[in-house]
Design a protein around this ligand. Structure first.
Ligand SMILES: Cc1ncc(COP(=O)(O)O)c(C=O)c1O
Length: 499
């Protein structure tokens, strides 16, 4: 018998206990899931948990109650057909890309895409061509330019599909209507990762949904911004440009053969709720958001991102439900602000980056939650000490695009222009050698390196490890940002292609 490594009596590592403690605490959730732990109150979820038994239909061949439920979702979003995803948007993105292109085809994709898009490219041996998003002065990535899409399609006739992430993890959208027109002029399909935009359709105050802008396939996570369980998402079909049978095939490849009825129940409840009460709830929620943004204007040092401060060319639109709070001219970092909000005010943010932290809000947030955040920011702002290099510095200088001008590491510094040498799948299959990160400069990476969140690669297999990238990885680690993807969990070495 193997050695017992822990004590059965030790309750400190019990997951159920930890979840219960979190649920009982006064810590306010400015993070996913969008239900904010407020919707369902079942005493025993196990009593509802079944698999595909008689009378409960089959997600992979729906003919009854699940077919109706998916139809309800399609009606609500005005899609031709909608598929339930129980493995998150990840499964939808894998399926959509796999169905839209032939194996070994060429995909034009926004570089700031979630890792699932890269994984799809890897699984299908795709060649990837990247669209680099604009850089905002706030230090986050902006929109993908329609002109860049047009240029790529003109230059590279081998492109077989286009994949755009809109909104980004930061809530920045691209001009999907114009991009769809350009892509369709080549009779190609446009897939939009709208994982963070399932709420867009319910108010004009949010950016326009990719579905109404004409994208062919749209993937949305219900769990991120609407009241639905973690992992729940939708894949909407909006045209006939992609073969529906092939899409269904890939959905059955990437989704579990034992879909959880608890997850599907939660999706159906969410869809029904949004259909009946979504618009009313949205109105109240938007009032709360507007009042929050109004109050944030009086902050002297911290800065809350406001789309009116950026040109439409750089940031086509921004989803105000994502509250991005930068450290402004203070001596703080994004991490310090995040931890201050957590430890002193019991406000759990969604994420932090080098110079900002994000509060993810939804219709389930309470007025009390918004007040707590406003009050906390006001208090922190009043006590802030100002950075030595700039008591009067404006955001333009602090968040300038050039690394080295600021001690803060912004997304613009982190996500460098890639130098691809071979497709991801090909690089992974090559003989490899392991080098220390420092010694790997100039070599071709065989591994991904991400920051998590948001799960966007700093480098993908098949790309040159430049000195700049190695420095950025080092800086991210020094800032205690979560650097993931390397097989060496200590993040000291990397596998490179052995030439
Ligand atoms: C832009 C984007 N797309 C897709 C995903 C994957 O979504 P899911 O967690 O629902 O699989 C994420 C996850 O954070 C994301 O940020």
């Amino acid at each position: 018998m193997s050695e017992i490594k822990y004590s059965w009596q030790d309750n400190t590592s019990r997951l159920d206990q930890k979840l219960q403690n979190n649920s009982n605490s006064d810590c306010y959730p400015f993070h996913m899931p969008g239900h904010k732990r407020r919707t369902i109150d079942f005493s025993n979820l196990y009593s509802l948990d079944i698999t595909e038994i008689e009378g409960f239909d089959n997600l992979h061949h729906p003919q009854g109650i699940l077919k109706e439920a998916q139809q309800r979702a399609a009606d609500l979003y005005d899609a031709k057909e909608t598929f339930y995803l129980v493995n998150g948007s990840t499964a939808g993105i894998l399926s959509a890309i796999s169905a839209a292109l032939p194996r070994l085809g060429t995909l034009l994709m926004s570089r700031n895409s979630h890792r699932s898009a890269y994984h799809a490219a890897c699984l299908r041996g795709l060649e990837t061509v990247y669209l680099l998003p604009a850089a905002t002065e706030f230090g986050i990535s902006g929109s993908v330019s329609p002109a860049h899409v047009a240029k790529a399609l003109e230059d590279l006739p081998q492109i077989a599909a286009v994949f755009i992430t809109s909104p980004t993890y930061d809530g920045v959208t691209s001009d999907i209507r114009t991009i769809a027109e350009i892509v369709h002029a080549y009779d190609l399909p446009l897939i939009v990762d709208e994982a963070h935009g399932a709420h867009f359709a319910f108010s004009d105050e949010f950016p326009e949904s990719a579905l109404s802008c004409g994208a062919d396939l749209v993937i949305q996570s219900l769990h991120k911004t609407l009241p639905s369980f973690t992992q729940t998402a939708l894949l909407h079909v909006n045209s006939d440009r992609i073969d529906r049978d092939i899409l269904k095939h890939f959905l059955s490849v990437y989704q579990t053969s034992s879909p959880s009825y608890l997850l599907m129940m939660s999706m159906d409840q969410c869809i029904r709720f949004m259909g009946k009460k979504g618009t009313d709830f949205m109105e109240k929620y938007i009032q709360q958001l507007k009042s929050f943004y109004q109050q944030a204007k009086s902050l002297k040092h911290l800065k809350v991102f406001d789309k009116t401060s950026v040109s439409e060319e750089i940031c086509f639109d921004h989803d105000m439900s994502k509250i991005l709070i930068s450290v402004g001219d203070s001596e703080m970092t994004g991490q310090k602000l995040y931890h201050k909000l957590l430890n002193s005010y019991h406000l759990q943010m969604e994420m932090c980056a080098g110079h900002y932290t994000t509060a993810l809000t939804s219709i389930m947030d309470t007025p009390e939650g918004f007040q707590r955040l406003s009050r906390a920011l006001k208090e922190i702002d009043e006590k802030i000490s100002v950075s030595k290099n700039g008591s009067k510095t404006d955001a333009k200088v602090i968040y300038g695009k050039r690394p080295g001008r600021s001690k803060l590491l912004t997304s613009i510094d982190i996500y460098q222009n890639p130098k691809p040498q071979m497709p991801i799948a090909l690089a992974i299959e090559q003989p490899s050698e392991r080098l220390s990160l420092k010694a790997s400069t100039g070599h071709i990476s065989q591994e991904f390196v991400y920051l998590y969140p948001p799960g966007i690669p700093l480098i993908a297999p098949g790309e040159i490890l430049t000195g700049k990238i190695i420095r950025v990885i080092d800086q991210c680690q020094n800032l205690c940002l979560s650097v993931e993807g390397l097989s060496d969990e200590s993040n000291q070495s990397i596998k490179v292609v052995k030439l």
